[in-house]
Design a protein around this ligand. Structure first.
Ligand SMILES: [Zn+2]
Length: 475
């Protein structure tokens, strides 16, 4: 057996000898680089991942390893006959947990099938692009066959599994990003007649937590089924923008919010282009590189809490809510989300095993501080805290109330406190003691002083009409 490695960005056809009972197993690997990858997954020799395959009715389970929370419920994404429309679209892919070594995916086709091809697809602008896995096949009829093995790779063969192929599409040098297709077939026309497939998946790298491949689709082609008709993906309303020359890049997807297309491209995009680099600059920490690419998706089919959510480098916004706030809070709420893109606090645990968990009120308070006091100062920030409780106002009430508190501490005690807090949170070193170290006062005392001033300033104020109550932004 050879271990496959993709040497260039071109398609490679790699052949190695299979077991005695089978013909030559052929593994075709194709890569389309970042600049040329489109939602069409237009490989030269590998069919696109659209249309149902024999996996459509299969049972897919995770045999070992932890799914990423973003993609964990997305095993169905592997066999829905659809693929991502963007290079960095966690919700349209399945992948194992950040920082983990990978895991095993078990496919029970429900019956023995003469497998003509197993095709796997992935897409990501960076290290989550390439595919590294071993494909095993098995059939329950074999003596001693274990359909849910927990043993290591070498032992699988003793349990009745056959190693079909080892796949490693990582380029030998240079960036790893792009769209990858792998097609495993056999010179006899049938890779095997099998009911079970097992993908033993490895991360592409372990220098950061982002080495688990974004698997977009797995197709198992049944030799005896009618040919799959590839359905072209719907036209996509996606535009890409660059910031600071080509340094940063983002996309805005309005395919599911066509009414917002002009607003997104003409009003939102210029703000993002100006403010993302600023936000990155405002929140530095040692050795940290903020994401260079991210995506913003506006959708009327919004299923998350709140009105916008950031996961990793993908911002998803409720287009119905935005549509009513085009002259109100829509742009500001997305600026808030851009801060989440730059924060990347969830990485702390990977780099620092003793990392403290960032408190939610600061995770949300800092974005609202940047939003209300730097991006749109004065316009909305002034009376924010008064409408959220007055007597009951708490510095750790999160979102715009905490933002107001932070602004008080910045003005009176420490002009650098946002930067100091951010660095500590990102590195997993935050502790309430930090406030005392930075300002000379405990956070509770600062909170009490802030509240006293707030009550003094806001007697008789009624700003409730200006803003809806509640916190529109979300984690
Ligand atoms: Zn938030």
């Amino acid at each position: 057996m050879k271990f496959f490695r993709l040497l260039t960005g071109l398609a490679w056809t790699l052949v190695f000898s299979g077991g005695a009972c089978f013909g030559e197993v052929k593994v075709v690997v194709e890569r389309i680089d970042n600049d040329n990858a489109t939602p069409a997954f237009a490989f030269k020799n590998i069919p696109p991942p659209f249309g149902a395959s024999a996996v459509a009715g299969a049972t897919i389970t995770i045999l070992s390893g932890a799914p990423n929370l973003n993609g964990g419920e997305k095993l169905d994404k592997l066999r829905d006959g659809a693929a991502p429309t963007e290079p960095d679209q966690p919700e349209e892919n399945f992948f194992f947990a950040n920082g983990s070594a990978g895991g095993r995916i078990l496919i029970d086709l429900g019956r023995s099938i003469a497998i003509k091809q197993v095709n796997t697809y992935s897409w990501h602008p960076n290290t989550r692009g390439p595919q590294v896995y071993e494909l095993y096949a098995g059939d329950a009829g074999r003596a001693g066959f274990d359909s849910k093995p927990t043993e290591a790779g070498a032992e699988l063969v003793k349990l009745g599994w056959r190693l079909v192929a080892k796949v490693d599409t990582r380029p030998k040098a240079g960036p790893m990003g792009g769209q990858y297709g792998v097609s495993i077939s056999d010179s006899d026309g049938v890779v095997g007649t099998n009911r079970h497939l097992l993908l033993d998946v490895s991360a592409t790298e372990d220098t950061d937590p982002f080495g688990n491949t974004f698997y977009s689709e797995i197709a198992v082609i049944d030799r005896d089924a009618p040919p799959v008709v590839a359905v072209a993906p719907r036209p996509d309303a996606m535009r890409s923008f660059e910031m600071e020359g080509p340094k940063y890049r983002f996309s805005i997807d309005t395919a599911r919010a066509p009414g917002l297309k002009d607003w997104a491209n003409e009003t939102l995009a210029p703000v993002v282009r100006e403010w993302y680099p600023k936000i990155v600059q405002l929140l530095p920490s040692d050795g940290f590189v903020a994401p260079l690419q991210f995506s913003i998706v506006l959708t009327t089919n919004y299923h998350h809490p709140g009105i916008a959510i950031t996961r990793g480098t993908r911002v998803t916004c409720d287009a119905n809510w935005c549509a009513g706030e085009l002259n109100g809070e829509a742009v500001g709420s997305i600026v808030h989300e851009l801060v989440h893109v730059a924060q990347q606090y969830e990485s702390a645990g990977f780099f620092n095993p003793n990392a403290t968990r960032p408190p939610g009120w600061l995770v949300e308070g800092i974005p609202d501080y940047l939003r209300f006091y730097l991006f749109e100062p004065g316009a909305r920030g002034a009376d924010i805290a008064s409408r959220h409780g007055g007597e009951n106002a708490r510095y750790d009430a999160s979102y715009r109330v905490t933002a107001n508190f932070l602004s008080f501490v910045v003005e009176k005690y420490d002009k650098r406190i946002i930067q100091e807090l951010n660095a500590a949170l990102r590195e997993g070193k935050y502790s309430p003691v930090l406030w005392k170290e930075l300002t000379g006062r405990a956070v509770e005392d600062l909170g009490a002083e802030w509240k006293a001033g707030l009550l003094g300033r806001t007697v008789g104020a009624s700003a409730d009409k200006v803003f809806p109550s509640g916190n529109p932004a979300s984690p």
